[in-house]
Design a protein around this ligand. Structure first.
Ligand SMILES: [Zn+2]
Length: 170
């Protein structure tokens, strides 16, 4: 067999880390939505991981089942992966973030500011988050963050998003 090309190696690593993000997603206690994120450096070492949930010290009580209360308290997986690793002095400059749902615009701002240069996600675009997700994609494009969508089925169908609103749907 010929040696793998860089693109083939990259795709293999992307699939591994999306699998890891799916595993981390399953740790979320959110009864309706589980999202996982993993941040990886250019040597493919994990620098941070997180899932959607309340901040440390905030009890996972009935507020988890009250959507308006939950949305005010919850930290998204991407922001959680970055913020939690900051406790131990992690740096994300030049890193790739893997996440099991398209990022929202708030997380996009955090991702950009952390110095992450590539975002790979799997999972479907969500109707109730469409505006925020479209804004996130345009923010990434404007800031020069590479974005890629995987369809989550591991069948080799991957595609870069060319413009806001033209994303490949899972
Ligand atoms: Zn978010």
């Amino acid at each position: 067999m010929p040696p793998k090309t860089f693109a083939e190696k990259q795709e293999a690593w992307d699939k591994r880390f999306l699998d890891m993000a799916r595993l981390v997603a399953a740790w979320s206690k959110d009864p309706s939505t589980q999202v996982g994120a993993v941040v990886v450096d250019p040597d493919y070492r994990v620098r941070g991981m997180g899932y959607n949930g309340f901040p440390a010290g905030i009890k996972d009580d009935e507020r988890l089942h009250d959507r308006p209360a939950k949305h005010k308290l919850v930290v998204h997986a991407e922001t959680n992966a970055i913020a939690t690793a900051c406790r131990h002095g992690a740096s994300f400059l030049g890193c790739t973030l893997y996440v099991t749902a398209p990022p929202c615009s708030s997380c996009a701002g955090v991702i950009i500011q952390a110095g992450i240069i590539r975002v790979v996600w799997c999972g479907a675009l969500r109707a109730d988050w469409a505006e925020s997700e479209a804004l996130a994609r345009s923010m990434f494009a404007e800031a020069g963050v590479e974005i890629e969508a995987g369809d989550g089925r591991h069948d080799g169908v991957w595609g870069a998003l060319e413009a806001p609103g033209e994303g490949r749907r899972a």
